[in-house]
Write a protein that binds this ligand. Structure first.
Ligand code: TA6
Length: 294
């Protein structure tokens, strides 16, 4: 299922789902149903693997990713929350990039089976530890549906008494046959280029021909791209931006990113960036994506 991941079954959760642990004791939900197979770690509520019947694995995973909870997983679908990129200075120094949700162990609230597929519900809420990093009370709920499509929705509930603002991302790493096959549609024309630190525009589709790290500020609801295997469609909700990332040869400088495998990945991310999303006290906001084959 996942190269280099060794699992030991702990218990059956449903007829299609097991709870398992790896050699470091991290817990995983392993799913195999009539539509697809998948693996989700409780550490980070991280979807590591999804493969629909008769398809290639959808998600790229680094073979050198940490698997012991000492770092976020490199690959799959990291959840960036409550900030995207480096921590805002107002919260202090030494805070983890892309927030803390991807390096905390989430709670498994339930697994259910339907005709559409297997639904997994995970949650994570504020604690003394999170309040030290970010001064807001919250509850996060992550629902994953493993069916003919991979559907993920991340709901932020403001359980405090003041407004809060979050930036967030479903930072999905996709498998590709090669960079030359990747053309992305629906990104819109305006972006901020994190490599040159400049705003830019382009007309037409985006072609992956060099290192890229762009935040597109006006993407369409539906973003699609070719991988060389398939055309993948993302039906997004609750986002205000889309990010495209491939480090190219700079992958060599990223310790847990296989230096020779950037050619077979691209991140196409569903995000809230910039000013963020305000969530009033008692209110909630959902960021979602349904990933399907066209
Ligand atoms: O989404 C793209 C990005 O923000 C890049 O700037 C790059 O650093 C990447 O995420 C990975 O970040 P990470 O903290 O996981 O190394």
């Amino acid at each position: 299922m996942l190269r280099k991941f060794k699992f030991t079954k702990q218990q059956d959760l449903t007829s299609n789902t097991q709870l398992a642990t790896n050699e470091s004791g991290l817990s995983y939900i392993l799913i195999k149903n009539q539509h697809a197979e998948a693996a989700i770690a409780l550490f980070g509520a991280h979807v590591l693997h999804y493969q629909a019947k008769d398809k290639q694995p959808l998600l790229w995973m680094s073979h050198t990713s940490a698997q012991d909870g000492s770092k976020p997983f490199r690959g799959g679908v990291p959840i960036c929350w409550p900030w995207f990129g480096p921590a805002p200075a107002e919260f202090g120094s030494g805070l983890p990039a892309h927030g803390f949700a991807r390096i905390q162990t989430w709670q498994l609230d339930g697994v259910s089976e339907t005709e559409e597929g297997t639904f997994v519900h995970l949650s994570f809420e504020s604690s003394a530890e999170t309040l030290e990093m970010w001064p807001h009370a919250f509850r996060l709920e992550f629902e994953v549906r493993v069916g003919q499509t991979l559907a993920m929705s991340l709901t932020t509930e403001n359980t405090g008494v003041q407004d809060l603002s979050v930036c967030e991302a479903l930072h999905t790493y996709f498998n590709t046959k090669g960079t030359e096959f990747v053309t992305v549609k629906g990104l819109g024309t305006s972006f901020f280029d994190k490599l040159t630190k400049a705003n830019g525009t382009h007309d037409g589709d985006f072609k992956l021909t060099e290192a890229v790290d762009r935040v597109y500020s006006q993407p369409e609801r539906t973003v699609s791209f070719t991988t060389g295997y398939d055309t993948i469609v993302l039906d997004n909700g609750g986002e205000n931006s889309a990010v495209v990332w491939n480090p190219w040869t700079a992958a060599e400088n990223i310790a847990d990113f296989d230096s020779d495998r950037w050619q077979t990945m691209v991140c196409v991310e569903t995000c809230v960036t910039g000013e963020g999303q305000t969530v009033s006290a008692g209110d909630e906001h959902t960021l979602s994506t349904v990933i399907r084959y066209s």
